[in-house]
Design a protein around this ligand. Structure first.
Ligand SMILES: Cc1ncc(COP(=O)(O)O)c(C=O)c1O
Length: 454
């Protein structure tokens, strides 16, 4: 019988995170202080983040050691399995080989605790007792609640209102790990109140929830802010995924021609892709594909520009592909992909043509999710289903070209808390939304006066 699962021993857990900054052909541009237009320094960030993470954010070291305490918690679910999707290959009749790395085996059900545990650890070591954060789909909020519980910190989660209403069970999970949770926009912060005054029925967005969580942390000595994606240190922590996958592909006697992930802020995609991009930068040929929703097409249609990371303009200016900080994406079911920006590291690699991107409509994505569940068994999170859809595209393109390719994708989480979305799909109630050109132009007006990147 041919092998389906490729597993590593606990002793083979990566001991270091991989820092792609040290290998990038073009250095990423600095993050700017919005008041002075100058690069931000450690003192600007100290009210929000512990010094170790500020150091990791700008580090040029190729690798950074993972603390033993973090490895010990990782070992609850890592190394995660890598599967050969034989039954999916058969279902679609492709000549290509499809592999996937499955991050849904973590206690909260996604890749997010890879950074949540590290962030909670450094915050605790530097004396913080409480973390505030935003969550879209609820995966990040539950990952941080889980990490804070195990490490011994309080946690406050601002959950995007539309997801808060779509996913009551995620709320319960966050509470079960002892965190406090409110729908965003909320009455608890100035940013939330200002939005509610203008749009009392606002569905919320990650940009708004980030404003609330940053405001919360900036106003309290005991509290730091924790972000689940976008920042360099978050992407760094996720690279355990790709390092394990490299070793597991070797066990399978294979190497990918195509590496695929979905992109919200970019962390799971980077986690899988960066260790493979290291190989690509060193000369190997790999097609690296980022998949996003057509309702929030940051990489495929956004501008590369300086923009705020949040709606209320509380964060520094970040050089990234953006749709504008006050853009509120349509309430599609992949809540974790509803973000106006994307990680600066990914943006720069897209500009350098090391990564390409595609955008999909949600009914097509759910059709691929159901096909996957019907062959491989796992019900994917709607976010991860974008990577499945991208994989099916890539396999079809290979078949049409008469080629056998090896495709690897990241199945970033399971969809057990997303069954209302599946129900809506089965009932034919999901709206296909591609971002309207006029709405995009309107949203981009908000960044016209900001500095331009080189
Ligand atoms: C399962 C899953 N995949 C992907 C994402 C997108 O985030 P990122 O692009 O940071 O991986 C999320 C975000 O909530 C998620 O829950």
């Amino acid at each position: 019988m041919s092998q389906t699962k490729f597993l590593l021993q606990e002793s083979e857990l990566p001991r270091r995170w991989y820092n792609i900054r040290s290998d990038m052909p073009t250095a990423p541009q600095p993050v700017l202080h919005p008041g002075t237009g100058q690069p931000v320094g450690p003192d600007d960030l100290a009210p929000l983040f512990p010094m170790e993470l500020i150091g990791q954010e700008v580090s040029e070291e190729p690798e950074i050691a993972i603390p033993d305490e973090v490895l010990e918690i990782y070992s609850l679910w890592r190394p995660t399995p890598l599967f050969r999707a034989r039954r999916l290959e058969e279902a679609i009749g492709t000549r290509s080989r499809i592999f996937y790395k499955y991050e849904g085996v973590s206690p909260p059900g996604s890749h997010k605790p890879n950074t949540a545990v590290a962030q909670a650890f450094y915050n605790k070591r530097e004396g913080r007792t409480r973390l505030s954060t935003e969550t879209g789909a609820g995966q990040w909020g539950s990952a941080l609640a889980f990490a804070c519980k195990l490490i011994g910190l309080e946690c406050k989660v601002y959950m995007v209102r539309v997801s808060y209403e779509q996913k009551p069970a995620r709320r319960s999970m966050i509470k079960a790990w002892g965190a406090e949770i409110v729908p965003s926009p909320s009455e608890e912060t100035q940013s939330g109140r200002a939005i509610l005054e203008e749009h009392s029925d606002s569905p919320g967005s990650l940009g708004i929830a980030i404003s609330e969580a940053v405001e919360d942390a900036a106003g309290r000595e005991d509290t730091a802010y924790s972000l689940g994606s976008v920042l360099n240190h978050v992407l760094l922590h996720q690279t355990v995924i790709g390092q394990e996958a490299l070793a597991q592909m070797e066990l399978a006697d294979a190497f990918p021609d195509v590496v695929i992930g979905c992109v919200g802020g970019g962390s799971n995609f980077a986690g899988l892709a960066f260790p493979f991009l290291r190989e690509k930068i060193a000369g190997r040929e790999i097609d690296v594909l980022a998949c996003e929703p057509a309702a929030c097409p940051t990489l495929t249609r956004g501008l590369f520009a300086y923009d705020f990371g949040d709606t209320s303009k509380l964060t520094p200016l970040v050089p990234m592909h953006t749709l504008g900080h006050d853009f509120v994406p349509a309430p599609i079911h992949a809540g974790g992909l509803r973000y106006h920006g994307v990680a600066p590291l990914i943006s720069q690699l897209v500009r350098d043509e090391l990564i390409r991107a595609e955008a999909y409509l949600q009914n097509d994505v759910f059709a691929s999710a159901v096909l996957f569940a019907g062959s491989e068994g796992i019900l994917p999170a709607p976010e991860a289903a974008h990577a499945i859809h991208g994989t099916l595209h890539a396999a079809k393109a290979a078949d049409e070209a008469g080629e056998e390719r090896t495709i690897l994708f990241n199945l970033s989480g399971h969809g057990h808390f997303d069954m209302a979305a599946y129900d809506n799909y089965f009932a034919g109630k999901l709206k296909d939304v591609a971002l309207d050109e006029d709405e995009m132009s309107r949203a981009l007006e908000a960044i016209e006066s900001l500095p331009s990147p080189a």
